[in-house]
Design a protein around this ligand. Structure first.
Ligand SMILES: Cc1cc2nc3c(=O)[nH]c(=O)nc-3n(C[C@H](O)[C@H](O)[C@H](O)COP(=O)(O)OP(=O)(O)OC[C@H]3O[C@@H](n4cnc5c(N)ncnc54)[C@H](O)[C@@H]3O)c2cc1C
Length: 570
């Protein structure tokens, strides 16, 4: 029996905030749309977002200030036209969520409450206690269901169908049965989230394995600015599980082993509310200089005890729970141990503001779109500000959904045959039948540990060259990987092996981009090039993979605007 081929106007891959918002628009416009996701939609990482969503609607705030903070935060690498679109649409987007039933925390006078976040001139993050992402995800999920969007949960997308500059579908299999299916469509959108799992200490869900990035790269399409990985300052020591920036927004203090509030040295005006890149480096610096706390002296303290139980339970109940569960530390009575954790991926699939994927620095792919964390539009440049991503994902997701609904009327469906699934089937067969002596867990741990060590908060030419070599070896060894489960039913061994293949490939992009960028900008810090170099590097990296797996780079221009690059001090 052949492989089933199903036809749709649109395939949306990923059911986080970006994908759901797009699917809703497509369905509303009367298009046939299938939403494919490897997780149940409510397990998408968007649901883990704690802190908030930015919108400048307080009287003393302004769209211009939000833009300025975002662009300064990005170390001037953000595209200013995209930032303007995002910041000016933000207040309407928050109202839109509210009108669909999302309940935000309130001030006593009934207005939507807003809390301060790092690198911002004004309290701008709207929130639902410390469960903002879950509240918004639930709302979007309800709304897509209400319109009758079709979902395929626990389906794994392993390839796009791409030929002659046109994407016309995806190849996927049902995780429950391993049954392959070809989805033939006029447009495809990737909304597959981030790639933080490449690092040992990270705040990301297990599913954040960046599959889409290498799927795209395997077809010779570019990835943009992959070297910019955000390290969040406050992950729980040992695990990296996130203590939201809301903790510092509400007044949390960072202390080293001497009890010093060390941010006085690094960001005297903003203190703990400096931008994430700066605070992460400061924490790591304190640890490297021997002022860390904990059994391995590799953490610092986040102290919230002065807030009192009532405020902590009102504003940060989830955080308190997490710290008790994972460290046995109750933030009401004692400081909590934290360290920097890989958190967010600024880079991704290069797209226009309308979400159209780029074939290179000049041309577009027909029928292919992306939004959310897997895309690089680029509103975050070299460093994202807190609460700008829960904003970006549904905002651009919705916009891209509208673009696709219009484009569908102009695109003819390119028919396909079964052979388009050959690559997916070959990958599944190789990984299931291989009898080598390498294990997924071992290779993955080696990748994660070495990425944290060599391509983490601080980088040098030597550390990156070392990592490049390690990845090359791991990719060779991956060819000898063996999985135990050979059955087609819920084969999570197989899925993890496929995901590891993706992680190894996109990690090579992170390292190659970082190695070539001889400067320090935002989250990318080179000990051997400590300053930003606008003359040579005020530009976006576009990276391509050839058939041998080697990565080559070219550079594209940054869309500047009214905010001229300045020295970035806080
Ligand atoms: C712990 C944590 C807290 C955060 N807090 C905040 C915050 O307070 N404010 C803020 O602005 N940002 C925050 N962020 C960042 C923000 O939540 C994310 O960037 C954003 O929600 C990403 O949304 P998304 O729709 O792009 O992807 P996600 O929500 O990650 O969804 C990805 C989807 O893709 C699907 N998928 C992936 N690969 C495949 C595949 N191969 N086949 C099929 N399906 C696939 C998954 O099933 C999932 O449905 C936080 C992130 C973390 C990790």
């Amino acid at each position: 029996m052949g492989i089933p081929i199903r036809e749709y106007d649109a395939v949306v891959v990923g059911a986080g905030l970006a994908g759901l918002a797009a699917a809703r628009e497509l369905k509303k416009a009367g298009k046939s749309v299938i939403m494919i996701t490897k997780l149940h939609p409510l397990r998408s990482h968007s649901g883990a977002a704690q802190g908030g969503i930015n919108a400048a609607f307080a009287e003393e705030d302004s769209i211009d200030l939000h833009m300025f903070d975002t662009i300064k935060g990005s170390d001037y690498l953000a595209d200013q036209d995209a930032v303007e679109f995002m910041c000016s649409t933000a207040p309407e987007l928050v109202r839109w969520f509210e009108s669909m039933g999302a309940v935000f925390s309130r001030n006593e006078n009934g207005t939507i409450a807003q809390r301060p976040f790092g690198g911002q001139s004004h309290p701008r993050a709207c929130y639902a206690k410390d469960r903002t992402g879950l509240t918004l995800l639930q709302t979007m999920f309800e709304q897509t269901n209400r319109l009758g969007v079709d979902f395929l949960d626990e389906w794994y997308v392993s390839d796009i169908i791409y030929k002659n500059g046109v994407v016309c579908g995806v190849c996927a299999y049902d995780i429950k049965t391993s049954e392959p299916v070809i989805f033939n469509s006029k447009v495809v959108m990737f909304a597959t989230g981030g790639y933080g799992r490449a690092f040992k200490i990270n705040s990301n869900a297990h599913a954040n394995t960046g599959d889409a990035l290498s799927i795209v790269a395997r077809h010779g399409l570019p990835l943009e600015d992959m070297e910019f990985v955000q390290f969040h300052p406050t992950g729980l020591a040992g695990t990296g599980i996130l203590m939201s920036e809301a903790a510092r927004g509400e007044g949390g203090k960072l202390l080293n082993s001497k009890g010093e509030r060390f941010m006085e040295k690094y960001a005297p005006s903003k203190m703990e509310l400096g931008p994430r890149d700066l605070v992460s480096r400061s924490i790591t610096q304190e640890v490297l200089e021997g002022r860390g706390v904990g059994p391995d002296k590799d953490a610092v303290y986040l102290d919230l005890t002065h807030l009192g139980e009532e405020k902590i339970m009102e504003r940060l109940p989830e955080l308190r729970d997490l710290a008790i569960t994972f460290l046995g530390q109750d933030m009401v009575t004692e400081p909590v141990m934290i360290a920097a954790t890989a958190h967010y991926s600024m880079g991704g699939i290069p797209v226009t503001i309308e979400g159209r994927a780029k074939k290179n620095t000049k041309d577009l792919v027909t029928g292919f779109y992306a939004a959310g964390e897997c895309a690089c539009v680029s509103v975050h440049g070299a460093n994202r500000l807190g609460a700008n991503s829960v904003l970006e994902a549904p905002l651009f997701g919705r916009h891209v959904g509208k673009t696709m609904a219009e484009d569908i009327d102009k695109i003819e469906l390119t028919p396909v045959d079964e052979s388009v699934a050959d690559a997916m089937l070959a990958e599944m067969k190789m990984l299931t039948e291989n009898n080598g002596d390498e294990r997924v867990v071992g290779l993955r741990s080696e990748l994660q540990a070495s990425m944290t060590e060599n391509a983490g908060v601080f980088r040098t030419k030597e550390s990156l060259e070392k990592e490049k070599k390690i990845i090359k070896e791991l990719r060779e060894r991956f060819k000898n990987v063996r999985i135990d489960d050979k059955s087609p039913i819920y084969n999570t061994d197989l899925q993890e092996a496929i995901e590891l293949g993706h992680m190894l490939e996109y990690s090579a992009f992170i390292v190659e981009g970082a190695l070539a960028r001889n400067e320090s900008r935002g989250a990318h810090f080179r000990n051997d090039f400590e300053v930003r170099d606008d003359d040579n590097f005020l530009k976006h990296t576009y990276a391509y993979m050839d058939e041998n797996g080697d990565v080559s780079l070219e550079y594209g221009e940054v869309k500047l605007g009214k905010f001229e690059p300045e020295a970035r001090t806080y």
